[in-house]
Design a protein around this ligand. Sequence first.
Ligand code: NI
Length: 169
Amino acid sequence: MALLSILCFPDPRLHKLAKPVADVDARVRRLVADMLETMYAAKGIGLAATQVDVHERVIVIDVSDERDQPQVFINPQLVWTSEQTHLNEEGCLSVPGIYDGVQRFDAVTVKALDVDGGERVVEATDLLSVCLQHEMDHLLGKVFVEYLSPLKRSRIKKKMLKAQREDAS
Ligand code: NI
């Protein structure tokens, strides 16, 4: 396994559209293993392949307290959303240190392949529901800060670019 580097907003590669995985083969299983290692090392609860510059529809999530329940969603499809939504306070490994509210469905049903290529249907509520919505946005090239006002977004962009310059020097 290997740690992958995580792209940071406003990197334009975060806006690429991910392609469906054609075959859940050894290459994809290695990607999943590396993404899980990277997510745990970064203390995140979810990671989309887009964030590690692989533009394929792969998500890993672990919302358990003990960090021992990895979940894999390959080619995820949203098949149902609740009518009810709520404002959820979100952060993202690609936008470190920034947290803000995003309107999300309370519950969603997602159909996906697991790491063995078998189909799974997950009825998600609470944290898993919002995490799935957040990660599926990444696969569409969307970062959560894009839901915020243009003013907030441009402040975040400036802050991120400044932090990246300081890291580089
Ligand atoms: Ni994110």
